[in-house]
Design a protein. Sequence first.
Length: 172
Amino acid sequence: MIVDLGFDRGLSTIAFAYQNRGHVFGIDWFFEEGSYAEKSYALDSAFRNITEAIERNYVKNIHLIIGPYRDVLKNWHRPIDIFHIDWAHTYRAVKFQYDSWRCYLTNSSVILIHDVVAYPDEVGKFFEELPFPKYLFSKGKGLGVVSANADLIEEIRKTWECVEERSFRGAY
C-alpha cells in the first residue's frame, strides 16, 4: 500500500505504480494553495500523464483521490507501507501531514519526504527531527527516507552507495 501525498502532475504516482505491485493511492487537493490556473494545469497534467500510462499498460494499480486531506483521512482505514510526502514545503505542513497519517504507519513502513535539501529550514528541519533511522538522497531537491526499521534503512544506504559507486566508475 503506497500513499503518494501531493501527486501534482502524477509522475511520482506513476513511478510508484510502475511494477503493478499492490495499490498506489495518489492523493492531492488542488484548491488549497497557489493560483487556480497553476492548480488546474497540474490537475489536467496529472490526468493526462496517468491516463497515458494506463493506456500504454505501464500501470494498472493507481487510485486517485482528489479532495481535502482531512476529508480523505476520515475515510482512510488501510495500513501504509510506503508514505510519500510531497505536498507543501513548510515545516508546519509536513509535520501536520506526518502527524495526521502516522497512525497508519507500521514499524516496517518507509516514509519518503521530498524537497529536504530544497527547503532546509522547513522540510529539512522536520526530516532531521524525526526520531528514527534515516537516509538522505541529497541529489536534486533531496529525498529523505525514514523508517523505524533500522535494518531497512541500512540496506537502502548500502544499495545506494553501490549504485553511486558503479555510476561513478562507469562515467570514465
